[in-house]
Design a binder for this molecule. Structure first.
Ligand code: NAI
Ligand code: MG
Length: 473
């Protein structure tokens, strides 16, 4: 790990204890500038662009292999820094990251343009050979959050490298450790100098400098909608390309005919997974009124049974929130809900006074105008509402400035299809939730973002299309 030019460091905390875990470089504008210049030189003049697609793919694959070999180490770092259970990091975060890198390694040799039969009305006698090339967009700035630190790093780095870009990654200040270790593996693979640059630091300084930098061709951001809008403004300087994966307030619908043995644990996991710190958390639960009491009782029972503890304890199912800031944000939302008339069937309180633990919370007596129903809480707090008519349900589900994901629990195939089509959301899960795959695009409608992560869509977003038109007769 290098030092910041200023020599300053920032502290990263163990969210289970509130104690300092480590000090890392506090990069700022000067470090971002140096990193951007390195990435620019590597893109414009380095050996990276001269590698074959296959060679590029093998390097990404090798990074996946190294990550897999160090899976337990990465899961441990992630659990300590973010607070999530070690078993979850080992079963989900790290394997998903490995798989995504392998998926993206495969794309390097499949980034193709088209041959296009053009007619050109004003040159009737001429003949052309016209085709498109997909070229890397260039130097990419990537700013990521703290909820899935390693996975978000890889979601960003993987497609950028597959497309042949060079990049500067700024991890979240709360959780820089796995990105730093990933940087060491990247060095071990032997990517050419300047291709991947990792700068730890704060958003307002390092992050903003990256979004503003005139030598950056594209910025890819995951985080709050508020900062997403700042990124868009910052990008206007040189009109760098922008992709955004932002917040959510995802509706999760349990229909009259749902299999409650599946829907109840499913809806509980949709909100409590990763302590609710998921952009796609199923945080607005809509249950047909005939099943409402049964579902609420079921989810509340699940919530009461969840073992909340530090990430490193083997039995832990739910760890602390990531930071003191996040703890006070979530507590503030719960209090606001209660003041507005919501009722906590279970949960609603902080646990202990050491670390940032909050009880899994189920709020009822909520309605569409409440702050807890409209705004992203990003904690283990679900708001539940009964519905009667399907039309009214669709309007309520879509009544949000967000549109990231939605869940539907039903055994009626026709209703599943029609409701999936009616949801203004980038991902719809039916009889499942939080199912992610490297091949499946993920991203938002409305204020949940621009563009898609994963799938070939993510690779496309790191390319420019060049049309080449050659006169042949
Ligand atoms: P944030 O949006 O401030 O932070 C995300 C990343 O953006 C971090 O790397 C941060 O350093 C960087 N950043 C902050 N200000 C910046 C700026 N002016 N220019 C460039 N980069 C900047 O999110 P924060 O404050 O950690 O969490 C606030 C809320 O945002 C959460 O409660 C949650 O509702 C939402 N959020 C959504 C996430 C998602 O996955 N979509 C992830 C994290 C937070
Ligand atoms: Mg912030």
């Amino acid at each position: 790990m290098g030092k910041a030019i200023s020599g300053r460091t920032l502290q990263t905390f163990n969210p289970a204890t509130g104690e300092v875990l480590s000090n890392v470089a506090e990069g700022d504008q000067a470090d971002i500038d140096a990193a951007v210049k390195a990435a620019r030189a590597a893109f414009d003049h380095g050996p990276w662009r001269k590698l074959t697609a296959s060679e590029r793919g093998r390097m990404i694959w090798k990074l996946a292999d190294l990550l897999e070999q160090h899976a337990t180490e990465f899961a441990t770092l992630e659990s300590l820094d973010n607070g999530k259970p070690l078993a979850v990091a080992r079963a989900a975060d790290v394997p998903l990251a490995v798989d995504l890198l392998r998926y993206m390694a495969g794309w390097t040799t499949k980034i193709e343009g088209n041959t296009i039969p053009i007619s050109v009305p004003y040159t009737p006698d001429a003949r052309y050979h016209a085709f498109t090339l997909r070229e890397p967009v260039g130097v990419v700035g990537q700013v990521i959050p703290w909820n899935f630190p390693l996975l978000m790093a890889v979601w960003k780095i993987g497609p950028a490298l597959a497309a042949g870009c060079t990049l500067i990654l700024k991890p979240a200040e709360q959780t820089p450790l796995t990105a730093i270790r990933l940087g060491e593996l990247i060095q071990e693979v032997g990517f050419p100098e300047g291709v991947v640059n990792i700068v730890t630091g704060f958003g307002e300084t390092a992050g903003a400098a990256l979004a503003n930098h005139p030598l950056v061709d594209k910025i890819a951001f995951t985080g709050s909608t508020e900062v997403g809008k700042l990124i868009v403004h910052a990008a206007t300087g040189n009109l760098k390309k922008v992709t955004l994966e932002l917040g959510g307030k995802s509706p999760n619908v349990v229909m009259e005919d749902a299999d409650l043995d599946v829907a109840i644990p499913g809806a509980a996991s949709a909100i409590f997974f990763n302590h609710g710190q998921c952009c796609c958390a199923g945080s607005r639960l809509y249950v047909h009124k005939s099943r409402f009491d049964q579902v609420i009782e079921g989810i509340s029972n699940v919530a009461k049974e969840i073992y909340v503890g530090p990430g490193w304890e083997p039995g832990t199912q739910l760890g602390p929130l990531v930071s003191e800031e996040q703890l006070s944000r979530v507590k503030g939302y719960i209090d606001a809900g209660l003041v507005e008339g919501a009722c906590a069937v279970t949960g609603g309180k902080q646990i202990g006074n050491k670390g940032y633990f909050v009880e899994p919370t189920v709020l009822i007596n909520t309605h569409k105008n409440m702050k807890v129903v409209r705004e992203e809480i990003f904690g283990p707090v679900v708001t539940a509402m009964p519905y009667t008519e399907l039309d009214e349900l669709v309007d309520q589900a879509n009544d949000s400035s967000y549109g990231l994901a939605a869940g539907i629990w039903t055994n009626n195939l026709a209703k599943a299809h029609s409701l999936a089509a009616a949801m203004r959301a980038g991902t719809v899960w039916v009889n499942c939730y939080n199912i992610f795959d490297a091949a499946l695009p993920f991203g938002g409608y409305k204020e949940s973002g621009w563009g898609r992560e994963m799938g070939h869509n993510a690779v496309d977003a790191y390319t420019e299309t060049k049309s080449v038109c050659m006169k042949v007769a």
